[in-house]
Ligand binder design. Structure first.
Ligand SMILES: [Zn+2]
Ligand SMILES: [Zn+2]
Length: 342
């Protein structure tokens, strides 16, 4: 079956991989849609690991139920792509994101576990979740990134009336801004360097305003609306300059939640964090409850994530979709791939 395989730096090849063989354990899922994630873009930029088949955000239908007696062939499902051990302290307390095994065999993030940029995948049965009928295929593939935003917002601990700044207007930034409003934030701003994305965050009604981080008056502009600073800053950029400016835009006693990932050290003057008594938190992944919460929020029409989906492209256009998402000028934040079309 055809797959988009990571071949080199910023390069995919479309080639054949082996179809999963039913083993009466794993659930075999025929992919309907797969979303392209920011973390996939890190791998694409680095060109490693070579041979990786990405795609950890997906909707599919069951073609083999494995050991799940409650599932039927044809059921529409998504899955947590992670591989927690299930018996360590983290797993037993409902925090698989802390489990040392969580990313080891993650779907679409490890070589032995191809993701949704192909026709069929095999998934650990306990991670598969049936989708309600009133959730579209696109929404199903949006559950994973939505859960990342929800987890960050839970850690941000927003109070009604807070001012929240979200740094980075990619999909995680937009979802986080959406949840910040739901949590009662009075004013939600996005900072972005890509003008098209910044404007879009306001147009989609997830942010009240946006600031261009490239503007020389950026700090002045941003603090004009939030004198004294923002209660909460959520970093979805993983960028050194961005984090440095976050220390200036957060108010004393405020919280910075780091969702964006930087493989390199980020330098900042700790004196600012000390003098302001800041709280800095990392946020990774989600709990199973948060993942399920997102499904029910979608099913109950409490959130609309369909509006974030810019395009659905055939497998052969995977390369082009990555180029579009990293152009720095295009406003696309979420492109999905239909692996049945090529
Ligand atoms: Zn993701
Ligand atoms: Zn564990």
């Amino acid at each position: 079956m055809k797959a988009a395989i990571l071949e080199d730096v910023k390069k995919f090849k479309i080639s054949d991989i082996k179809q999963p063989i039913p083993d009466n354990n794993k659930v075999i899922i025929e992919i309907i849609k797969t979303g392209i994630c920011g973390s996939d873009i890190h791998n694409w930029n680095a060109g490693t690991p070579k041979g990786l088949v990405m795609g950890h955000e997906f909707t599919g239908k069951v073609v083999n139920t494995g050991n799940r007696t409650d599932l039927k062939i044809g059921d529409r499902v998504t899955a947590l792509p992670i591989s927690p051990c299930g018996h360590c302290e983290a797993c037993e307390t409902g925090n698989p994101q802390y489990c040392p095994e969580t990313w080891t065999n993650a779907i679409g993030l490890s070589l032995d576990n191809p993701g949704g940029l192909t026709k069929e995948i095999a998934v650990r049965p306990d991670m598969v979740i049936k989708l309600p009928d009133n959730i579209s295929d696109e929404e199903g593939a949006m559950v994973e990134p939505t859960a990342v935003g929800l987890h960050a917002i839970h850690l941000a601990d927003i109070r009604v009336g807070d001012k929240v700044l979200v740094v980075g207007g990619g999909i995680i930034g937009l979802v986080s801004a959406m949840f910040a409003k739901l949590e009662g934030a009075e004013f939600v701003a996005i900072s972005e360097t890509n003008e098209a994305r910044g404007k879009k965050s306001v147009k989609l009604n997830v942010a009240d305003t946006w600031y261009n981080a490239k503007d020389e008056n950026f700090l002045k502009n941003i603090l004009a609306k939030a004198p004294g600073g923002f209660d909460i800053v959520i970093d979805c950029s993983g960028n050194t300059k961005a984090v440095q400016s976050e220390l200036m835009t957060v108010k004393p006693g405020g919280t910075i939640v780091l969702v964006g990932v930087s493989p390199k050290p980020i330098e900042f003057a700790s004196v600012i964090a000390v003098m302001k008594e800041l709280t800095l938190k990392g946020a990774i992944g989600y709990t199973k409850d948060e993942f399920k919460n997102c499904i029910s929020l979608m099913a109950n029409k409490k959130i609309d994530v369909k509006k974030f989906v810019d395009d659905i492209v055939p497998l052969t256009d995977t390369q082009k979709a990555y180029e579009r998402l990293t152009s720095g000028t295009d406003d696309a934040v979420k492109i999905m791939v239909d692996p049945n079309k090529y």
